[in-house]
Write a protein that binds this ligand. Sequence first.
Ligand SMILES: Cc1cc2nc3c(=O)[nH]c(=O)nc-3n(C[C@H](O)[C@H](O)[C@H](O)COP(=O)(O)O)c2cc1C
Length: 186
Amino acid sequence: MNTLDAIKSRRSVRKFSDRAVEPEKLQAVLEAAQQAPSWANMQCWRFVVVTDPAVRARISDLSYVETYFATRGYSSNPAQKALAEAPVVIVACADPTESGSLRGQQYYLADMGIATQNLMLAAHEVGLGSVFVGVFNEEELGELLEIPPDIRIVGLFPLGYPRGELKGGPPRKSLEQIVHYEKWKS
Ligand SMILES: Cc1cc2nc3c(=O)[nH]c(=O)nc-3n(C[C@H](O)[C@H](O)[C@H](O)COP(=O)(O)O)c2cc1C
């Protein structure tokens, strides 16, 4: 699969089979994250790989944040079951002191976005699926996984073989809506 094909055909996967993830595929996915560009090559990322089913079930529970979802009419995080179902959950963390902070912008989030997109594209390339889960109870998850308090948890990534066909994803804004040529024109 070439890069453009991978980018275009990747979808968020929220249904997983119980087929185990081969260690070499997990390694390939982690290496793809490792190769991402980062602020001054500081590589703020850290990854906690969770396979224990009981811990994954608890992570799944912690992805339902009532204050976020109830006000939006959801009774669960759409990826909640996926976190318990997938054989692997990668918890993507960052040390914000190992990235840039300029003009009030925290670049560790940019570093993490690039690394985790690499992770998801590599998963797709080797036949696995994943989804970025950004809504979760960070404090309780940190306690569960014994993550130091100065480390931020940025996203959860269930990883496994997709169950069922990959369907077309939600539509994107048109290029006309998102691209300005030469100057910003409204
Ligand atoms: C920062 C971020 C946070 C997200 N959080 C969640 C989440 O908590 N639960 C979920 O089911 N999907 C989550 N998603 C997945 C998006 O809903 C999904 O990427 C988007 O709808 C586009 O679909 P696609 O990935 O199939 O192209 C998140 C995606 C991003 C980038």
